[in-house]
Design a binder for this molecule. Structure first.
Ligand code: OAD
Length: 241
């Protein structure tokens, strides 16, 4: 029997903006192609930051402040339940990789979690390389808590920069037998390529998304609808409920 037909042991889950949509966090690729009123190249590239640091700092300061006005939804909570129960049952490894820079997965209780595109609540010092947790604003040039230099930027992976944790992600995908992609358009690499890696590793692949993603044909199975409804149902299935 191939790995595609047996009960999963090692699960890798990839989430994108769609998992937080029902919490009220806007997705990136809305119908107008703008991210909260901005073109991505004006707020999410190193060049944009060099050109207009005040605009970019203000943009992420607003996103960071908005986190206090949103709550995890049923999809985040179901994934946290899977995290707890999968580990308690020693069934295998579980890794949740998120492209999201919000903190809703951890607030729901997920612990086996990697933020591949960085985190709103972290700053990055371009002077000493420290990445301190950060709750307030970065506008105005607060000093780095490690070196004192006023060289903090949002710890967000911008276009043209290398996503975080790629070695750990590659190892988990190589070892997984179920790969699940939730709430992502499949428009941004390398995350959009994970389904192909997982297939090459012999994993079964499942997409859960509001509508078919760019890579939907790559998946063994696709379920289309809101994550807040479909993810809890899928978690129940995996846990044998
Ligand atoms: P996108 O905005 O590109 O895609 C969000 C996906 O979620 C779309 O396919 C929607 O159909 C789907 N969606 C919306 N509401 C949903 C719901 N309630 N339930 C399920 N799915 C829903 O966001 P990402 O794919 O996450 O990168 O974007 C990937 C990366 O592009 C982001 O991490 C960011 C961005 O530029 C960086 O900042 C580096």
């Amino acid at each position: 029997m191939s790995a595609r037909n047996v009960a999963p042991r090692n699960i890798v889950i990839l989430t994108g903006a769609g998992v937080s949509a029902e919490s009220g966090v806007p997705t990136f690729r809305g119908p107008d192609g703008l991210w909260e009123g901005h073109r991505v190249e004006d707020v999410a590239t190193p060049e944009a930051f060099a050109r207009n640091p005040a605009l970019v700092q203000r943009f992420y300061d607003d996103r960071r402040a908005a986190l206090s006005r949103v709550e995890p939804n049923a999809a985040h909570r179901a994934l946290a339940r899977l995290d707890t129960e999968w580990a308690a049952a020693s069934r295998g490894d579980l890794l949740l990789i998120t492209q999201n820079v919000d903190n809703l997965h951890e607030r729901a209780g997920s612990t086996r979690l990697l933020h591949m595109h960085g985190e709103l609540q972290r700053a990055l010092c371009t002077g000493c390389g420290a990445a301190p947790g950060w709750q307030g604003a970065l506008s105005g040039g607060p000093p780095c808590p490690c070196c004192g230099a006023a060289k903090l930027r949002p710890d967000i992976v911008w276009f043209g920069e290398m996503p975080y944790h790629m070695d750990a992600i590659a190892a988990a995908i190589d070892a997984c037998d179920l790969f699940v992609s939730i709430g992502t358009s499949g428009a941004v690499y390398p995350a959009a390529g994970f389904v192909a890696w997982a297939r090459d590793a012999g994993a079964r692949t499942l997409e859960i998304n509001l509508d078919p993603s760019a890579g939907t044909a790559m998946f063994d199975e696709a379920r289309h609808g809101p994550a807040g409804t479909l993810v809890p149902l899928w978690v129940d299935e995996v846990l044998g409920r």
